[in-house]
Design a protein. Sequence first.
Length: 107
Amino acid sequence: MSREITLSDADFDKILSESALPVLVDFWAPWCGPCRYIGPIVAQIAEEKAAILSVGKLNVDDNPAVSQRYGITGIPTLILFKGGRPVERIVGALSKEALEQQLAKHL
């Protein structure tokens, strides 16, 4: 079972504001090749770091309001939120090691 939360325009702010943990949001779309590459990596991180990190996925095609608010112009884009505020933005498909290095300074 996946530990990833499916986010939408309707519940995005509520879920982020109620999370006691930092939240990594994966902005993606089903047609995006690099998103399909990084998807399993993000899922693995969600599983391995469940005690210290929440992970959400937001389909940019289905949820344009949040995507526009955060200036998502290329996908995959991952934004790490702490206390409901963005603290790190990662654009493009990274290896698991590179992604963990980017996240480590905030966890």
